[in-house]
Design a protein around this ligand. Structure first.
Ligand code: ZN
Length: 379
């Protein structure tokens, strides 16, 4: 409660200033009624009834050029503090005033739209921004908000429409977001009509040839239809699109190789990959392939040479598993047990925009809402 009182102090001070201003500029009668209202508000404040105090002060403060900024600043302040009901009340009160100009009304509507978005009242925000979209001075801001709203509502077609409108009005291409919106449309249609879904993925890749997600979704559709050849073809493109994602989908790739019975191609692929990737998962999958192809002695030899060059605890763990697993020596068994307790590879993802980390891959960052900013950070 003391925080609220502190928050209201500037407003009370401003009201005091305004009261003094009115006292010297307006007839005595008006000044006296305002004086009564001012003390009434102050009384509510002192009795720790800030909601009633706000109502009184808002009522007291006439809306004109000199006080409008105070109202707007207070509304923004409440919204930033998460007290959206109060900011909504302030902005609704402003809009109801007949004396405000049309341009001011639009500015307040924009603020009210932000309040509704913050409160999760997306339908109301949508109506406001659809109105503001027709106003030249607010068009771009309204389009941006509508794009955000349609994404939150998962209305992907409308989101695509507004992303395209934004490209036109801002004269800037937004391939990443558009490609992801097409991927969302593919997902929405995947169950009902695979061809429609595939078309959306094709469009996504046309818009953004670096869209890893489009190839992954395409591979998933092919794998569900047991078309591993097509799946392998698109999965192989990921390393060219963004090599950071190769380890993330490595097991899907290996699955395709195995189902197609392409052991040699799988081995060559993993051999090439481990030479260029620092990921310990890539290393592990190559060692597993080496074990199958050339046996334990060769696999252990390869690992010893790698460990001699650079000692990584994940490599050591794998080495111990392979080299000591059949040992009857008590010391070896102990070492194996300890190494097993070491942390596994922790696959996590970090948003390059805001730093949000997660164990799951979020194509749209839950924190900053940016598409395609999460990158794997593999141990
Ligand atoms: Zn983020």
């Amino acid at each position: 409660m003391p925080q609220l009182l502190l928050l209201l102090l500037p407003f009370a001070a401003a009201s005091g200033w305004y009261f003094a201003y009115k006292h010297y500029h307006l007839p005595e009668k008006s000044s006296a009624s305002e004086q009564a209202g001012y003390f009434k508000g102050l009384n509510y404040l002192l009795n720790e009834q800030p909601d009633k105090a706000i109502d009184v002060f808002i009522e007291l403060l006439e809306v004109d050029d000199e006080t409008l900024d105070i109202h707007l600043a207070l509304g923004t302040l409440f919204r930033q503090r998460g007290e959206v009901e109060k900011s909504i009340r302030i902005h609704q009160n402003l809009i109801a005033r007949p004396q405000i100009t049309e341009e001011t009304r639009f500015s307040v509507l924009n603020e009210l739209g932000l309040d509704y978005m913050r409160a999760g009242l997306l339908d109301r925000a949508e109506n406001i921004y659809l109105e503001l979209e027709a106003v030249k001075s607010h068009e771009m801001a309204a389009i941006k908000q509508l794009l955000a709203i349609f994404q939150q509502e998962k209305e992907w077609l409308k989101a695509i429409e507004y992303a395209l409108k934004l490209e036109v009005i801002s004269q800037a291409k937004t391939p990443v977001i558009l490609a992801h919106l097409h991927c969302e449309m593919a997902l929405a249609n995947q169950q009902e009509d695979v061809n429609v879904a595939t078309n959306y993925l094709r469009k996504a890749l046309k818009i953004d040839p670096l869209c890893v997600r489009a190839n992954v979704l395409s591979a998933e559709i092919s794998m569900a239809a047991e078309d591993y050849k097509s799946a392998l073809k698109v999965l192989m493109k990921i390393d060219e699109q963004d090599p950071h994602f190769t380890p993330v989908y490595l097991d899907m790739l290996i699955d395709c190789f195995d189902r197609l019975g392409k052991a040699k191609q799988k081995f060559d692929f993993l051999k090439g990959l481990q030479a260029t990737h620092a990921s310990s998962l890539v290393f592990q999958r190559f060692v597993e392939a080496l074990l199958v192809k050339e046996g334990r002695i060769e696999a252990v030899k390869f690992m010893r040479s790698r460990l001699a060059k650079s000692a990584q605890h994940n490599h050591l763990k794998l080495y111990a598993r392979l080299a000591l697993v059949d040992s009857v020596d008590a010391e070896d068994a102990f070492l194996c047990g300890v190494l097993k307790q070491l942390d596994d590879d922790i696959s996590s993802f970090q948003c390059q925009q805001c730093g949000f980390t997660s164990n799951n891959l979020n194509w749209c960052c839950p924190s900053c809402k940016q598409w395609g900013e999460s990158e794997p950070c593999l141990a």
